[in-house]
Design a protein around this ligand. Sequence first.
Ligand SMILES: [Zn+2]
Length: 275
Amino acid sequence: MPSQAEAKQRKILNLNRENYHSIEADRDYLSVSQFKQFMTCEASAVAHLSGEYVRHDTNALTVGSYVHTAFEGAEAHQKFIDDNSESIFKKRGSGKYADFEQADQMIEAIKRQKLAMFALEGESEQIFSVHLFGADWKIRTDVINHQTHRFADIKTCENINKRFWDDKYDGWCSFVEHWGYVLQMAVYRRALKEITGDEYTPYIVAVSKESPPNVAVINFDPSRFEFELKYVENHMERILKLKSGEEEPIECGKCDYCRRTKTITKVIEVGQLIY
Ligand SMILES: [Zn+2]
């Protein structure tokens, strides 16, 4: 990890748990989720960084964090519940909302699987920063085990076997590829190599929102990582120019931000709707 002295030298924020998700941290560092935002919609990513567009946490995100904190430890989970009690508990005092009842089932489903619990052994929520591909990156591992050189991330999904069409892969793929989780694992692995000098092996513990939930422990053929790192590298120049304001962002015309701000100026042919 670049030392605090190094961070100071380059006048960038020293990361901690409190400021990790702040706009200041997003301005000084690139993260996998920010990279994915730029790939989805440049205009919304730039508007987020300027403070013009504030994304609000969706219920799905709160459910995801609820599941995550359950594996950080009892204290972290209780703190999350206390901080978010209005989203979790029904107003009239009759238990949790259905999404969180479901989340409890997901947590139990993971805890029943020895292999999943084994994959999740290690230190929770570690933050690292690293200089890669011409930028400072921030990464945050769900679980990392420095003895066994493994790290793992918990991912919630609709159905672990669902197929998605994805232009990036020019074909059908799983939720893991579609939501950029292979890219995330590739960048994290590369970052950890840079920081520690060791090769870390990533795992995903996936849990579905079905009832009863499905659980899987997923690993990666290492050949997948090169493709993802090349993909990141290929887009870095543009992203850095967008972040520094040297280039103008393009609107995707479809996302939450674009739908709020766009003015339509031309008619489109039917065929254009799905491209
Ligand atoms: Zn957009």
